[in-house]
Design a protein around this ligand. Structure first.
Ligand code: FE2
Ligand code: FE2
Length: 182
């Protein structure tokens, strides 16, 4: 094996281990959320392009962990992950017009709907509520008041851009029992 191939193999192994570690951290802190039928029902709704709201929420949780690790600042990881997973828990198809300007209305209102849905199912901490409530800032006017909410806000914007540009790809809608995690 050439030196270059060895380097590539080492990089691939590092990437695989890192992905596995992030997956484990998400499962550890969000096990009940991943088991929830309502959470899995987000596989029926598209967020950006062919990426479902389910896949988007997982992408944002992963990106939040990555960003938090890079920043080397003290954060409550459990709240960061749970808030990220639930930040878009609005549970409807925002592409179906209900008002005159559904896109804009959705942008303003979905954090409130997501918070209401999440509170109906989980006991949320103040940080988790703040993450969901403020993730659309500056649209929501009041900025986040904790680091965890700032991290999820930044991760959400970054992930949304990558999904919109089809750099992060999805596989379209599945039924809520689909196993491919999209
Ligand atoms: Fe959102
Ligand atoms: Fe989002």
């Amino acid at each position: 094996m050439s030196a270059r191939s060895k380097r590539q193999a080492r990089r691939w192994i590092r990437g695989y281990r890192r992905a596995h570690e992030i997956h484990e951290r998400m499962r550890r802190h969000g096990e009940d959320i991943f088991r929830s039928e309502r959470f899995r029902s987000m596989k029926q709704y598209l967020q950006h392009g062919e990426v479902t709201v389910y896949k988007h929420s997982v992408n944002v949780a992963k990106a939040s962990i990555n960003l938090a690790d890079r920043l080397h600042i003290k954060l409550q990881e459990r709240e960061l992950i749970r808030g990220a997973l639930l930040h878009d828990y609005f549970l409807y198809d925002w592409h179906i017009p209900e008002g005159q300007d559904p896109g804009t209305l959705h942008g303003f209102h979905h954090p409130k709907v997501a918070l209401r849905n999440a509170l109906a199912e989980y006991e949320l901490t103040e940080r988790e509520k703040e993450i969901i409530r403020r993730h659309m800032w500056p649209m929501t006017l009041i900025p986040p008041r904790c680091r965890e909410a700032w991290v999820v806000l930044a991760a959400d914007k970054w992930v949304s851009l990558l999904e919109t540009l089809h750099i992060y790809k999805g596989h379209g809608k599945t039924d809520q029992n689909g196993n491919d995690g999209n």
